[in-house]
Design a binder for this molecule. Structure first.
Ligand code: SF4
Ligand code: SF4
Length: 320
């Protein structure tokens, strides 16, 4: 397989951050689920969580920067004791807040208040639902996950989430159950809308199609099944240079639970920090926008997962 760096060179492209619009904060690895494809390797046993001091550093940065969107992820970020504080404080700074929610977390003990909290704070929800079929979801996320996810979506709909004119945005995320590329996002969105409406009366705004990233837990899963090489070759064979202008690292930076800065959540999990021009790793407590705009992005073969076919990002497909 041709290394991604070489592929970029031959395409006469280089990847650099040309704008900084989204601050994505990973609040830690703790999660109530332990999905097969999880690049964060999250589970209920993980202990890493962002502390108050680091959350305050995030808020100090937001307060003085022009970045308008805070995108909160994990793990299940809602399990972090500082989650509500981060959301409320960012909203009081008039920032748009996105929460990447696994849906089932709202049924965890003591978390029942979350749907009303999301509504009150006008949080945009991006929720994982890797299929509209129970068998496929439970295979990837654990038995009973589909049923809980459907209950959560119905509850969110009752509050107005995903309904036309409510201003309460509910987007869903699909990722393949097996080692293949996602199908066309627009086509699959129609299927999701039809099936979820017909079977459960559920409505939502947009469907985002993501490719699975063959690193960490998912890499191990694929290797154990002898599917790793084939999947990586499939991604590389479908490299689409048209996606390069849109990859999320061009406009986003990722903050880890300890406050270190990365080009994206994937580079974070691979331990590839974003460095200043003088080579020092960057930390949110002393970050300036000028430190990251125009800086080259650290790439590797895992970047084929973002650039195969229609591309893949936190906002779904990159090109039609
Ligand atoms: S819900 Fe998300 S963070 Fe939690 S294990 Fe699954 S993929 Fe990972
Ligand atoms: S993995 Fe994707 S988002 Fe991260 S640096 Fe590579 S292309 Fe950019």
């Amino acid at each position: 397989m041709q290394p991604f760096v070489e592929k970029l060179r031959l395409s006469h492209r280089c990847l650099a951050r040309h704008r900084f619009e989204v601050l994505q904060v990973n609040m830690g690895r703790l999660c109530n689920l332990a999905c097969v494809h999880c690049h964060v390797e999250s589970s209920p046993a993980r202990k890493e969580t962002m502390d108050r001091k680091t959350v305050d550093a995030v808020l100090r940065f937001l307060a003085v920067s022009r970045v308008q969107t805070l995108d909160i992820t994990g793990g299940a970020p809602e399990l972090n004791e500082n989650f509500d504080y981060l959301v409320e404080s960012a909203r009081s700074l008039d920032r748009h807040v996105i929460d990447r929610c696994n849906l089932t977390v709202i049924f965890e003990p003591g978390k029942e208040y979350l749907p009303e909290f999301f509504k009150r704070q006008r949080v945009e929800l991006i929720c994982s639902l890797p299929c509209y079929s129970e068998a496929n979801v439970d295979k990837q996320r654990g038995k009973g996950t589909f049923e809980l996810s459907i209950q959560a979506l119905k509850l969110l709909n009752r509050l107005g989430y995903g309904l036309p004119g409510s201003g309460l945005v509910l987007n869903l995320v699909y990722n393949p159950v097996g080692p293949h590329l996602p199908p066309r996002q627009d086509e699959l969105e129609k299927d999701y809308k039809r099936e979820l409406s017909r079977n459960f009366g559920i409505e939502f705004n947009r469907l985002y199609c993501l490719a699975n990233m063959p690193i960490t837990r998912y890499e191990t899963h694929l290797r154990l099944r002898g599917e790793y090489e084939g999947y990586v070759r499939l991604l590389a064979a479908n490299f689409n240079p048209e996606t390069l202008e849109q990859v999320m690292c061009r406009s986003l930076i990722s903050v880890g639970w300890e406050g270190w800065i990365y080009d994206c959540d994937f580079n974070q999990m691979l331990g590839l920090p974003l460095r200043a021009a003088d080579g020092r790793p960057l930390h949110i407590s002393s970050l300036a926008e000028a430190d990251v705009v125009g800086r080259p992005i650290t790439v590797g073969n895992h970047c084929y997962a973002c650039t195969a076919g229609s591309g893949s990002s936190c906002g779904g497909a990159l090109v039609p």
